[in-house]
Design a protein around this ligand. Structure first.
Ligand code: 5AD
Ligand code: SF4
Length: 440
């Protein structure tokens, strides 16, 4: 039997997909590149904005013909959309056989078997379940191991930002025990992983719900003692939870990479308050100053949303001023998208779509200029690069990431994939750098 899996959305979804791939592999399913030779199509979905949802519905439309073309073909919808709107999916797309929510990935094999046996549809969306214990040991052990790997450390989110669907589709925060994460990292390293990225909607909330209350700095220190592990990253961080302890550990432990992703969302206090973010622009600036003062060479990246309900031209311009002041290394930028069931959706002061898109363009122009200026400022310096493999474009070129997570493209032989090189940055681009390995 063969499966074809598509992942939408964030890194957490990629980690969830890798668990499903491991479980399917352990049960004898083979991955299939083409749809034609697949018996099962899995769409691991995202619900954070409307656009990825629409993509899934149009994909489901296309899959109707695929399913009708041969007997026994199965369609599974998993992840955030599956959790949030299982009933709607089945109503709009009755060809869907399996619906698995955000804490039910562990049932992918048994659900497919039930569907093959004739049950229709199989729907599992209990948020009290937890797939993470399966991530270490035999299941993941059969999957191909990569040089870099994502390791979820905390599931869900308990922040309830007023625009965000995540707390309702991923459930409340639930941390994995330190020993379980440690075992997964050791397991990965023993099979060749050299860099791990610890994942959570807010990794700085790690451990608050555990009885012995470990925190992220503790976990980082613990994992840093793993022999054979070279680099540790973590994402995402809520600005409210940046602490002196985090800065201390980041500056003191050489395996922890100098990069933090710190979503600001908006740069006006009124908007931050209405978004229920729990910090002011001043708090944010203090966190940035402390990080830059405490962690040499740290890169700070962010998420920014434009067009939150009630955002005036004045609020937007104040936000641009703040971003100009912070000078982020890079930003993911989004137009606000109303999500079902969130507080902001029911507000009657929605910003017209046209205004949202126009502001988004201005924001992108500003951030592109800043990113390029910052990158140009690093030309001539050297960076430690973990070479990942051939570059997407260009004969004889390799690509890798610097410690502060910038993409670096350099000439070199393929056999250098998997090594740490010292690279002189020679050319700055929006996407990163061109560089040359430093001899020795
Ligand atoms: N509309 C637009 N962007 C959103 N995000 C979260 N919810 C929404 C929404 N309703 C963005 C935030 C978050 C990122 C992952 O997605 O910026 O940090
Ligand atoms: Fe959504 Fe806010 Fe939680 Fe991030 S912190 S997942 S934006 S509710």
């Amino acid at each position: 039997m063969r499966y074809h899996l598509t992942t939408y959305g964030c890194q957490m979804n990629e980690a969830d997909s890798s668990l499903m791939q491991a479980l399917l592999a352990a049960a004898g399913w083979e991955p299939s590149v083409s749809l034609d030779s697949a018996d099962l199509v899995v769409l691991n979905t995202c619900a954070v904005r409307e656009k990825p949802e629409n993509k899934v519905y149009s994909k489901l439309g296309e899959l109707r013909a695929w399913k009708a073309a041969a007997r026994g073909r199965l369609i599974a919808i998993t992840g955030c959309m599956a959790q949030g709107e299982a009933a709607e999916i089945i109503r709009r797309a009755p060809q869907v056989d399996v619906v698995l929510g955000t804490r039910c990935f562990q049932h992918i094999v048994s659900a497919a078997q039930r569907a093959l046996a004739g049950e229709h549809p199989v729907v599992l969306t209990d948020l009290n379940e937890d797939p993470s214990p399966l991530r270490c040991g035999t299941a993941m052990g059969r999957a191909k191991t990569a040089l870099t790997a994502f390791v979820p450390i905390i599931l869900g989110c308990s922040n309830w930002c007023s625009y965000c669907i995540v707390p309702s589709v991923r459930g409340p925060e639930k941390s994995r025990p330190v020993h379980e994460i440690g075992r997964e990292v050791e397991d990965l390293v023993s099979r060749g992983t050299r860099e791990v990225t610890l994942l959570g909607q807010n990794v700085l909330a790690y451990g608050r719900d555990l009885s012995d209350r470990p925190d992220l700095p503790y976990l980082l220190t613990h994992l840093a003692s793993t022999d054979g592990l070279w680099r540790i990253r973590f994402t995402t961080c809520h600005p409210r939870d940046v602490s002196g302890r985090l800065i201390e550990v980041m500056s003191g432990e050489p395996k922890i990479c100098e990069h933090i992703h710190l979503p600001i969302q908006a740069g006006a206090d009124k908007l931050l308050r209405e978004m229920n973010r729990g910090y002011t622009t001043d708090d944010y600036l203090h966190a940035v100053d402390a990080l830059r003062a405490g962690v040499r060479g740290i890169a700070i990246t962010t998420d920014i949303m434009v067009g939150f309900p009630g955002e005036t031209e004045h609020d937007f311009e104040a936000s641009l001023k703040l971003y100009e002041r912070v000078r982020f290394d890079a930003a993911f930028t989004f137009a606000y998208s109303p999500r079902p069931g969130t507080k902001a959706t029911s507000r009657d002061d929605q910003v017209p779509r046209k205004v949202c898109l126009e502001r988004l363009q201005r924001l992108i122009a500003l951030q592109n200029r800043i990113t390029l200026e910052r990158n140009r400022g690093s030309v001539g310096t050297v960076a430690e690069v973990l070479v990942q493999g051939p570059a997407e474009r260009g004969e004889g070129l390799l690509a890798g990431r610097s410690r502060n997570n910038k993409l670096v493209v350099l000439p070199g032989e393929r056999r250098l994939a998997g090594s740490l090189l010292t690279v002189r940055l020679t050319e700055a681009h929006l996407w990163g750098f061109r560089g040359l390995p430093v001899a020795g």
